[in-house]
Design a protein around this ligand. Structure first.
Ligand code: GAL
Length: 335
């Protein structure tokens, strides 16, 4: 399977598990569930998919597909899986605003669909009683990351380098239009202001969730704004880690020169950066509970038996998994 070739390259253990699972599962007649990821190179989605695979053992036969960032390709994958008689679909849409196409396709086959990570419009979910979204509220993660920054400036008045009583910040944004990028951006700044600080944006750059892109953009930002930068807000950890690399190259994090940088996700490398004292804080995007809720919901929707499903289903369509703030005080709980 082409898709699995791409994933195997990136996720050896994960894909081996998928293939092994397919072979044994079909033998015992478990439901066959398509898992469509928007881009298998996304670090956070790799952890979510690995957890879905883990929970599926003994419950479902998972067929994994990589949309390679193309909605056209993902639509074809949906059509193909439906034609092949899949029992349910778990979809991490490439473009959440076009989920209606995939919802209608699933509806034609009366196959349940669980959207994940990229929230479809309510109207699209409402079209079909067997459509669901498992995710979280980006306002929460935005607020928590802003609170981490506010707490730091309260404890370290000298972090206001130019002493003007205003926090000058850089915003590294995820993919424009993604609910997490838009709302984390707004709510992180709002939380700093609500903590009593005046803020001034120096620059906002989209870096599409990608570490290398963020590193490159941050190098340019440092070259332009230098010491005027007082903190870096990033919509996810990968971009925060890219910013940290650029800051290191510019002499930060040695000889007492610090820059507060916050992210979201609490990935393993981010927890490593927290431990080494470069990342100030992050917010847990709970892949463990999301992965579990996603797989159990898909299976319940196939069998129609929701009695063992312990997560609350809100408004008939939504399962929300809360975020948690992660700082140097509590990060060891998440390692
Ligand atoms: C966000 C996550 C990002 C990225 C994105 C993909 O929730 O924080 O790191 O994975 O989803 O849609």
């Amino acid at each position: 399977m082409t898709i699995c070739h791409a994933l195997r390259r990136l996720l050896p253990a994960f894909c081996a598990l998928s293939l092994a699972c397919s072979a044994s599962a079909s033998a015992v007649g478990l439901p066959r569930i398509g898992l469509l990821v928007y881009n298998a190179e996304d670090a956070f989605m790799q952890t979510v998919c690995a957890r879905i695979q883990e929970v599926s053992l003994g419950l479902a036969d998972v067929v994994l597909m990589d949309g390679e960032n193309s909605q056209i390709m993902q639509n074809d994958q949906v059509d193909r899986l439906l034609r092949e008689g899949v029992d349910a679909l778990i979809i991490n849409p490439v473009d959440r605003t076009t989920a209606v196409y995939m919802t209608r396709a699933a509806m034609r086959y009366q196959v349940p669909v669980v959207f994940i990570n990229r929230e479809p419009l309510y109207e699209d979910l409402a079209l079909y009683e067997k459509s669901y979204y498992v995710g979280n509220d980006p306002r929460e993660s935005g607020t928590m990351s802003g609170e981490i920054i506010a707490a730091y400036f309260k404890a370290h008045p000298e972090a206001d380098r130019n002493g003007d009583g205003v926090i000058q910040y850089v915003m590294l944004k995820g993919e424009p239009g993604h609910q997490d990028a838009e709302l984390r951006t707004i709510y992180s700044v709002k939380a700093i202001e609500e903590a009593g600080f005046a803020v001034q944006i120096l620059v906002e750059e989209p870096a599409m969730w990608v570490r290398t892109l963020a590193q490159e953009k941050m190098s340019h930002i440092i070259a332009s704004y230098g010491d005027r930068i007082e903190c870096v807000l990033s919509n996810n950890d990968e971009m925060a880690l890219g910013a940290i690399e650029a800051l290191k190259a510019a002499g930060y994090f040695t000889a007492g020169k610090f820059m507060p940088v916050v992210g979201v996700d609490a990935t393993a490398p981010a927890l490593g950066a927290l431990k080494e004292g470069t990342l100030l804080g992050t917010v847990l995007n709970d892949a463990v509970n999301q992965g579990e809720a996603i797989m159990l919901l898909a299976v319940a929707a196939v069998t129609g038996d929701f009695t063992g499903f312990s997560y609350e289903i809100v408004d008939g369509h939504y399962v929300w998994v809360p975020y948690q703030m992660v700082t140097e005080e509590n990060y060891t709980q998440f390692e």
